[in-house]
Design a protein around this ligand. Sequence first.
Ligand code: KMH
Ligand code: ZN
Length: 274
Amino acid sequence: MNKPVIITVCAVGAEVTKEQTPYIPVTPDEIANDVFECYKAGASIVHLHVRDKNGNPSQDKDIFKEVTDKIKAKCDIIIQYSTGGAVYMTVEERIQGLINKPDMATLSTGSINFGDEIFSNTREQMIKIATKIKENGIKPEIEIFDTGMIDNALYLIKKGYLSTPLHFDFVTGLLGGVRATKEALQYMLPLLPENSTWTVAGIGKSQFDIAKEGILLGGNIRIGMEDNIYLEKGVLAKSNAELIKKAVSIINELYPITQRKVATVKEAKEILGL
Ligand code: KMH
Ligand code: ZN
């Protein structure tokens, strides 16, 4: 059998509001319950953002701890903290939760337009985040929003801020970033360092189409309301678990071609060297 497909659920994010979809989980209990349903459906990693009492994006280490504890009380899903946070946050704010030593944490290796704002990751900011990730013994996931960000990651490896083997996440389909196409993946994959593992995410309507390409190309997938709130055109997903179930059905439909099943947490840990 070929390598199983790791499903990451990006359940919350920083941008989606209850006005856009009433189904976005924002309280610690809403997040933990939805993540648990996603785990039961087949997700083995949760890419985690948290919200404050008003539902606004937060990187507060105590809220991260509360949500992490609630999830861990229910299941052993791999916990990955966002260090991206929201566009207006300082790097210090973005990395404070890493003291909780989650299994994984993101590192975006470059700046990019994000809506009307800039998601800022200057060289100095990247080095600060990479250093904090390393100090806490956390496995990084390198977020690639555009092709040149791969070269920034290679630079950080060369300078010793990152160690291989690395796990990458291609966040495709953001306006101004790399397109959510098979051709874009085929361009980027040979640029990764040897022995890298990778996931693909698609923003908005590209989510399931690019996931399919990722599965066929041997990669892993990120699915969830941070990136896409629709189950299908015009139909809001009522939970992240609904989106995960749809992803699982795609993996199963492709099985005759790929011989790839949905990865368990144990398999995901082996693949990622956790
Ligand atoms: N919310 C975006 C500005 C990450 O989680 O590491 C950044 C983001 C990336 O979501
Ligand atoms: Zn995120």
